[in-house]
Structures are given as C-alpha cells and as structure tokens.
Design a binder for this molecule. Structure first.
Ligand SMILES: C[S@@+](CC[C@H](N)C(=O)[O-])C[C@H]1O[C@@H](n2cnc3c(N)ncnc32)[C@H](O)[C@@H]1O
Length: 289
C-alpha cells in the first residue's frame, strides 16, 4: 500500500464521516491529532495554536515556509492567515494536493500558498531555489523510511537562522522495536522507521540544528478508559483481519494503529512532541545548482 493510496482512502473516509462526527478534519483541513485546548475545545486547530506559539517564541514570523507533508493544507492556511509569508506545501497524495490547491484558489491565496505532489526526500532545489526560513513537518516524518536522512535533507533547505518544526509521535528509547502495540501502530499507519528520542536528537544535531523548543503535547491527546480501549483494540483487530486487502481493511488498520498508539501513550512509552530546531545564523543560504 503506497502512502498516496493510503491518504486517498483516508480522505474518502473523512468525507463520508462528515456530518456524523463533530470534526473529522474537514473543517480545519487537517489530518493530524485533534488535541484538547485549555478551554476544553477539541479540534485540529488546537495543535495549530501550539505551533503558532512555538514559531513566535523561537524567532517570529518567517518569509518563506515549506510545509513538508502538508495534507489538505490546513496548517499552511492557518499560519499564512496569522503570520503572512509565502508557503509551499508538498505531499505524496495527488488527492490532497488537488484539494489544497482548490482551497487556496477559493481563498484567493494562489500567489502565496502553492502545493505540489513531491517527496520530501527528493532534491527540492527547483522548488525552493533559495531555501526557506521555516519548515513545518506535522505527523509526516513518521512515514520516512530513514528519518535521520530526511532531517538532514530538510535542514539543507534552511536559510541561516532557519527553523525546522516537527510534530510527531516519538517513542522512548526503551520501547522495544518488537513491542506488539508499536508493531501494530507502524503497520497500521505506514510508519516503517519511527525515530525514538535519542535517534531524533542525534539526527537534529548531525544536521547542524539546535533544539530551541521542546514541548510534550501528550497530556492534550484524548485518553480513553483503559478497559474501553482494550475492547476497541480487540474489535478493530478482528475487523482488520476480516477486511484485509480491501479499502475498508486499510481504514480499519489505520484505526487499529491509532488505538495501539493511544495505548502506548497510556503506557507512557510514546510522547506526542512538538520540537523546533534552528540552524545557526551564520553560513550559506541554499542556492540552486
Ligand atoms: C498524517 S498526514 C499529516 C498532514 C498535515 N501535516 C496535517 O497536519 O494535517 C501525513 C502527510 O505526510 C505526507 N508525506 C508522507 N511521506 C511523505 C514524503 N516522503 N514526502 C512528502 N510528503 C509525505 C503525506 O502525503 C501526508 O500529507
């Protein structure tokens, strides 16, 4: 199953669930965790508010931004409307890219919010010839086959003083690779090589980046009662096995992956982290060629 197909099916599911659930991500154009805000609101924009605060606390508004793994474009639109600047969103999904582009046109933002079907592991020099001031990667690094290599490639697109902002599920170093919940999560969410705490810290340092913001958002993630969660895991496992290889099986696998992840939060072995790491202010601006 390719990531593009996976997200095409998830988009259809989001559409189908519209009206049944409060916000499946359509309202905020997000495919990320819906966190609980201080006022009790649960929405895709609660994470956006944390991201905005982190950007402002670590150097202020950027001129040029890459949204690496942009999904439906919600983060790009949220930040652009509050900070201004020019945004480039990339995704592996043509469905997501088409939707984000149509939304940019509808909002009259075609000049400042552009979207492309591109791989963040490719050379992006043609797209961003002089680099960017900020790269945002929300729940997208988890899909990378080699997260450290991806961090290095993205960091190379940063201008001096530029920042890489990551939001992702980061396992504790002590979590065994073969742990049943971890294995089920990686399979259901197509995350082959999730980077644990030390791997991620080492990758950022090796890419010449210094962490300047580190926030644990796990307490804001919805937590179900342990027994209810265990029951749901059993039901979803049976359904995923029955529906394997069908589109519904993909959705069931994604659901099961999410339940496994929730269990890992409860066990305290994975954290949902927001990190900002900055390139030193001196040095060269990325150039074409
Ligand atoms: C969970 S979604 C998150 C989308 C968006 N960041 C959000 O917060 O709503 C993961 C996104 O990462 C993208 N992605 C995964 N691997 C990628 C890659 N190698 N290059 C570009 N995008 C990628 C997917 O296409 C998808 O848009």
């Amino acid at each position: 199953m390719s990531i593009a197909r996976y997200y095409a099916w998830l988009s259809r599911f989001q559409d189908a669930a519209r009206g049944l659930a409060h916000d499946t991500g359509q309202e905020t154009l997000t495919v990320h965790r819906h966190l609980r805000g201080d006022d009790g609101t649960v929405s895709g924009d609660v994470l956006h508010a944390r991201v905005l605060d982190a950007v402002m606390a670590t150097g202020g508004a950027p001129d040029d931004v890459l949204d690496a793994g942009c999904g439906l474009g919600g983060t790009t639109f949220y930040l652009q409307s509050r900070l201004g600047g020019r945004y480039t969103g990339i995704t592996l999904s043509d469905t997501q890219c088409a939707r984000a582009t149509a939304e940019a046109m509808r909002r009259g933002l075609g000049e400042v919010c552009r979207f492309a079907v591109r791989d963040y592991d490719e050379d992006l020099t043609d797209l961003l010839p002089t680099g960017v001031d900020l790269i945002v990667a929300i729940e997208s690094l988890a899909h990378a086959p080699d997260p450290a290599a991806t961090v290095a490639r993205l960091a190379a697109r940063l201008r001096p003083g530029g920042r890489l902002l990551l939001v992702d599920d980061v396992p504790r170093d002590t979590l065994p690779w073969g742990d049943a919940d971890f294995t089920g999560f990686r399979a259901g969410w197509l995350c082959p090589a999730v980077a644990a705490d030390t791997t991620l810290a080492t990758a950022l340092a090796a890419a010449g980046l210094t962490v300047c913001h580190d926030e644990d958002l796990t307490p804001r993630v919805r937590a179900r009662h342990r027994a209810a969660l265990a029951g749901l895991v059993l039901v979803a496992r049976a359904a995923a096995a029955l529906l394997a290889l069908t589109p519904a099986g993909v959705l069931m696998g994604a659901l099961l992956g999410g339940l496994r992840l929730e269990r890992m939060y409860q066990r305290g072995v994975v954290r949902y982290r927001l990190l900002v790491a900055a390139r030193a202010a001196g040095g060269h601006t990325p150039t074409a060629g």
